[in-house]
Design a protein around this ligand. Structure first.
Ligand SMILES: Cc1cc2nc3c(=O)[nH]c(=O)nc-3n(C[C@H](O)[C@H](O)[C@H](O)COP(=O)(O)OP(=O)(O)OC[C@H]3O[C@@H](n4cnc5c(N)ncnc54)[C@H](O)[C@@H]3O)c2cc1C
Length: 712
């Protein structure tokens, strides 16, 4: 049984994942984890079209999160910083290393020449920062002086040619210079570049002319494997830094490690780094990973000597292409572009969800959306006699201790849910942040926590990995607050064979305790004239529901996860500071979780002499949340939460929603947003109008004024 880690989400690994999504029986059992610095991977063949502006980012990016989900593989979005061969650990930035039994490397390459930091040059690889640099240039182009200044591309290879032609398409009027080494480019391509009004400077690639010294530009001077690989102890090619492998893609003298794509080279059949070989290596890599995990025999692979390459370009604004095989170049011809465009579209279509890849499992939302709806909960609490004890049971409750000694009361809260994400570290962190927010919403600092972690039935190695990562994730949320993980328990699940990815079967429950600095913030302390402030946008429930159907855009989930993974204890500290100056400034507070904004706001509306008016257009939503709600996506907890809509149309009005046309599409989507269950959701506070003004107008304030409280 292996603990297989796939490092890097390159072309080879994307196709390995696709194979396991299409044919789950071929996927090795046990935990498989893909580590990638981004949740999407760009398809190299369409990158020039992306630079040219003829393709949108989402059309050329493989959604690794969705693909991994379909393949039953856990996804960790993190930067790999090194490899500890002796202890079999993949080292990651800002989080604990990941142990592996078998490792596969598909990390691509970086531009071989690192420009001087003082220059205005950016390497084309890695692609994401280069694309961000071009987007910045677009912003500056509004200044006519800037728009007429030169942009340079340094490099004499095909990537440089494709890039410079794409830039001509992107900026038809801007002077663009290509700096090449003398006699390094095919005359046919030079002619095409001149026709496209690209100035060609035959010069040393590294030494700019005086006039171009400060000109912004991209460096496309060939590639080499990421530098850190050289210090790992793996055998690397001295000139290119690429990891040397056997013909079966196993790293030489390292039977547990495989490598493919630009970061690797087969010793016996070296090929130039190119997306074509990374793609073709995928099938033999997948088969050999599967065989290795079962201790079976590995197959050799011999790539063809040459591959046909289609080089895209533009002629007078029209797309065209050349065909290149070895040293033979044909074109340019528009038909070759159509051929290239069709091949590229077919490649990307392989990663669209289809019926074979789609899970037949009924959609049941996870995270805080896996809670019981308010209706059955209340009824059960009443049956158990818990709702009739005099005080309503609270999320965070004051422990019935003897406080006669004058000590501040001790608060306790418990929370947890089935894993929302397949990354056990991130899941531990999110669950801990979610559990802490009940205390923060009472004005209490978290002091300590205990965890109950339920692990799937699997190998001891995997259980150990999952538990260690989960606990490290919990600590990453507690440590910065000065809170301690003081104990807990583990359980092994008894619900049969877990589904892949096995890390989704981890379940974390946390009991957190803490103390308020001064007064506890009540839930129902609203006062007439108060403003209601929300600390972050809503929409995590619908985004993760849509993700189950493969309909949530990767960038929207990235934004949601970044928000959810940001601790709100910093906001608590700011509010406590405010209360030091202005005691009792916070009249009421809660956190928005499973019942959605309306459900939790409803718990605040206990004073019949008050009326709350929400300003509909001001209620913040995460990117794409309203769009997905309009499309009909909703969390599986949303139907149970919709009973809170009654607060809005009860004749005896407690709550009004203003500023939105009744019955409009936006109105319907907003109503759904108001009952969307939130994991790591916002804090909601009720404060005097001047304090609201101070909080919302502070630089980079997270607070949004969403409505006000009036006397009836
Ligand atoms: C402008 C341009 C145009 C090109 N056009 C073509 C073309 O038309 N056809 C062609 O065959 N080739 C083309 N290439 C070359 C092609 O981009 C590469 O050969 C190809 O991308 C290599 O694929 P790969 O799978 O090895 O790695 P990549 O596609 O580079 O993928 C590597 C992945 O690993 C991730 N990663 C890397 N380091 C880390 C880390 N430390 N931590 C976490 N994740 C990491 C990256 O984010 C990336 O997702 C072009 C290159 C450029 C620059």
């Amino acid at each position: 049984m292996s603990g297989l880690v796939l490092a890097g989400g390159g072309h080879s690994h994307a196709l390995v994942l696709r194979r396991w999504a299409m044919r789950p029986s071929t996927r090795p059992s046990e935990l498989i984890t893909l580590v990638s610095r981004t949740s999407t991977a760009l398809y190299s063949g369409m990158v020039p079209g992306l630079i040219a502006g003829i393709y949108q980012h989402n059309k050329v990016a493989v959604d690794l999160r969705d693909l991994a989900e379909q393949a039953g593989v856990a996804l960790v979005v993190a930067e790999i910083t090194g490899l500890d061969l002796q202890n079999q650990m993949l080292q990651l930035d800002q989080r604990p290393a990941l142990p592996y039994r078998r490792l596969s490397l598909n990390l691509g390459a970086e531009t071989s020449t690192i420009p001087a930091p003082t220059s205005n040059l950016v390497p084309i690889k890695p692609l994401e920062p280069a694309l961000a640099f071009l987007a910045d240039q677009d912003q500056l182009m509004v200044d006519p002086a800037f728009a007429s200044s030169s942009f340079q591309v340094v490099g004499s290879g095909l990537a440089a040619v494709e890039t410079v032609l794409a830039l001509r398409q992107r900026w038809p009027m801007r002077p663009v210079v290509l700096r090449i080494r003398p006699k390094h480019l095919n005359p046919v391509l030079i002619r095409a570049l001149r026709e496209a009004s690209i100035q060609i400077l035959e010069t040393s690639e590294l030494r700019p002319t005086e006039e171009l010294k400060t000109a912004p530009g991209l460096v496309c001077t060939g590639s080499r494997a990421p530098d850190w690989l050289a210090s790992t102890g793996l055998p690397c090619c001295p000139s290119s830094g690429r990891i040397r492998t056997e013909t079966n893609l196993q790293v030489i003298q390292h039977p547990g490690i495989f490598a493919a794509g630009d970061c690797a080279v087969i010793d016996a059949h070296p090929r130039a780094p190119s997306g074509v070989w990374a793609v073709r290596a995928a099938a033999p890599l997948a088969q050999n990973l599967e065989a290795a995990c079962q201790e079976g025999p590995l197959k050799r692979w011999r790539p063809q000597r040459q591959a046909l390459q289609l080089l895209g370009g533009f002629n007078n604004g029209q797309p065209t292409a050349w065909a290149l095989r070895g040293s033979r170049l044909i074109g340019p011809h528009p038909l070759l572009w159509h051929l290239k465009a069709a091949i590229d579209a077919r490649f990307m279509a392989m990663f669209q969800r289809n019926r074979c890849m789609d899970s037949t499992e009924a959609m049941a939302c996870r995270g805080c959306a896996a809670k019981l709806a308010a209706g059955p909960l209340e009824s059960a609490l009443q049956q158990a006699g818990i709702a009739n004890l005099g005080t309503d049971p609270e999320d965070a409750a004051v422990l019935p201790l003897n406080t006669a000694s004058g000590n501040a009361p001790v608060l306790q809260s418990v929370d947890g849910f089935p894993a929302l994400v397949s990354d056990p570290w991130l899941n531990g962190r999110l669950t801990a942040l979610h559990a802490c927010s009940d205390l923060w919403a009472c004005g209490a600092r978290v002091l300590a926590a205990q965890a109950v972690v339920t692990l799937p039935q699997t190998t001891a190695f995997t259980q150990e990995t999952l538990l260690a990562q989960t606990l490290a994730g919990i600590r990453s949320a507690l440590d910065p607050q000065g809170a301690q993980l003081i104990g807990g328990h583990t359980l092994e699940a008894r619900d049969g064979q877990p589904q892949a990815p096995i890390s989704r079967s981890v379940q974390v429950t946390l009991s957190v305790s803490g103390q308020p600095e001064a007064m506890l913030w009540p839930k129902a302390g609203l006062q007439a004239g108060d403003r209601l402030l929300l600390s972050r946008p809503l929409g995590t429930g619908v985004l993760f529901a849509a993700a189950l159907a493969g309909a949530a855009p990767a960038s929207a989930l990235d934004t949601a996860l970044e928000q959810m993974g940001t601790s709100q204890h910093v906001l608590l500290e700011e509010l406590l500071d405010l209360e030091t100056e202005l005691p009792a400034a916070i009249h009421a507070a809660t956190d928005i979780t499973g019942f959605g904004l309306l459900g939790h706001l409803g718990e605040m509306l206990r004073n019949p002499s008050l009326n709350v008016v929400l300003n509909g257009p001001e209620i913040p939503a995460l990117p794409k949340a309203l769009f997905l709600l309009e499309q009909g996506y909703a969390s599986s907890l949303a139907p149970g939460n919709r009973r809170a809509w009654a607060l809005l149309d009860n004749g005896d009005v407690d709550l009004q929603l203003a500023g939105i046309d009744l019955g409009s599409k936006q109105h319907q989507a907003l109503l759904e947003l108001l009952v969307d269950p939130q994991t790591c959701g916002p804090l909601l506070i009720s404060v005097d109008s001047p304090i609201a003004q101070t909080l919302t107008s502070a630089p980079n304030s997270p607070w949004t004024d969403i409505g006000g409280v009036q006397a009836r």
